[in-house]
Ligand binder design. Structure first.
Ligand SMILES: *Cc1c(COP(=O)(O)O)cnc(C)c1O
Length: 403
């Protein structure tokens, strides 16, 4: 590592709380699907800030929108009527069956809103005792107390007890287990149709349709967490649309404002009756700067048909990776995912492969030690994806040769 990098690393260890384990990179600039580090080295970005900069880094139209809005009005608070929120709500509601939106600042907060709405709808509209939220093993819903209780992963909860009550978990893709868990205290089932942090694991289509039918039959709400999978990434605007289900509430965030902090909850008129003025609020949520930027982001996604682009590029990339798995036997266990949300599960721990990709100029994520997780900008060039496949092949061949 360079002296510049060492100095940055040293300052960070002195100045910041230790809550992140960082990649050995200090990024200073980006454009499209390219990033540059503090030493001027160039990378192809297959991670997009964890599915955030879907339109690429320093997108000209987004930069222009941020600059213009910042010079006009950045924030007045939710005490006032704000038109950027309305423009964004219209765009988002046009993508599916939703008719009501609530804006916030992050994925975890969007999930908090989902959980609070589900509980309050049961308590105040249906006037019953249902308050439990059932989630699936392997899920990730965030790091706040409610969303982390929903996540239920002991390694993330360690040292933070007690957690709020009313959360339980069942194995994914097991409809009998869910059927046995649902009772008259169940308010909602909450799931990701493609588990993201869990290692890019799409749920079975038949299971998802079964979950929806069970929820309808038992009067339980279905919440889908689209924080990572939403906004064109999986080849449809929302990932649930790949499976023909209609959730009552969804959360979204990551790429909503192409890098500005922004989250949203979308729901129906019926379920939205669970909130009245004063039920839930956030100071920053849907402020003019982020809402105008999000509206521009969604406008571009729709105008440029980025869902279709993700479907086409993703299917090609998946085929290329499966062919690579066959050409270099014994290295890749499985290629999973939908659209440009793909996981390459290796047959052995992949830290060496991941670090070598970085040193050859490709940035992706390593999930659960064995899965290379790809969440590139939806605007990435086909040539960049091809270059990644070639480089990965070289690295896996060298690893196979070492034995
Ligand atoms: C990232 C993520 C979250 C949490 O979002 P934050 O903005 O980090 O709070 C929640 N759910 C899913 C599926 C995610 O991928």
């Amino acid at each position: 590592m360079s002296a510049i990098f060492d100095a940055i690393k040293h300052d960070e260890e002195t100045l910041l709380c230790r809550s992140y384990s960082r990649y050995p990179l200090a990024i200073v600039r980006g454009k499209g699907a390219r990033l540059w580090d503090a030493d001027g080295k160039e990378y192809i970005d297959l991670l997009a800030g964890i599915a955030v900069t879907a339109l690429g880094h320093a997108n000209d139209e987004i930069t222009e929108t941020i600059a213009r809005q910042a010079a006009t009005l950045t924030h007045v608070s939710n005490l006032f009527y704000q038109q950027a929120q309305l423009k964004l709500a219209r765009l988002l509601e046009g993508t599916a069956h939703f008719t009501k939106a609530f804006f916030c600042n992050s994925g975890a907060e969007a999930n908090e809103a989902c959980i609070k709405l589900a509980r309050r709808y049961m308590a105040k509209v249906r006037q019953n005792q249902a308050c439990d939220i059932i989630t699936l093993e392997g899920c990730f819903h965030g790091r706040t107390y409610g969303s982390l209780a929903a996540t239920g992963r002991p390694s993330l909860q360690d040292g933070f007890h007690p957690f709020p009550a009313g959360f339980r978990q069942v194995p994914a893709n097991d409809l009998d287990a869910l059927r046995a868990a649902v009772d008259d205290r169940t308010a909602a089932v909450m799931l990701e149709v493609v588990q993201g942090e869990g290692g890019i694991k799409p749920l079975d289509a038949a299971y998802l349709r079964g979950v929806e039918a069970l929820c309808r039959e038992r009067g339980v709400l279905l919440i889908v967490d689209e924080v990572q999978s939403g906004l064109c990434r999986t080849g449809t605007f929302w990932a649930f649309q790949n499976f023909g289900i209609t959730p009552d509430i969804i959360s979204t965030a990551k790429s909503l404002a192409n890098g500005l902090p922004m989250g949203a909850m979308l729901t129906t008129d019926e379920v939205a009756r669970g909130f009245v003025a004063g039920s839930h609020a956030t100071t920053f949520g849907g402020g003019e700067l982020v809402a105008a930027t999000a509206a521009k982001t969604v406008e571009i996604m729709l105008r440029d048909h980025l869902a279709e682009r993700a479907a086409t590029l993703g299917a090609q990339l998946k085929t290329q990776l499966e062919a690579l798995a066959a050409r270099v036997p014994g290295q890749i266990r499985e290629v999973r995912g939908l659209g440009l949300m793909l996981g390459i599960e290796l047959t052995s721990p992949g830290k060496d492969v991941w670090l070598e990709l970085i040193s050859r100029g490709f940035i992706c994520n390593l999930s659960h030690e064995v899965t290379l997780r790809l969440l590139p900008p939806l605007t990435i060039a086909q040539a960049d994806l091809n270059a990644f496949v070639h480089t990965l092949e070289d690295i896996l061949r060298e690893k196979a040769a070492r034995g």
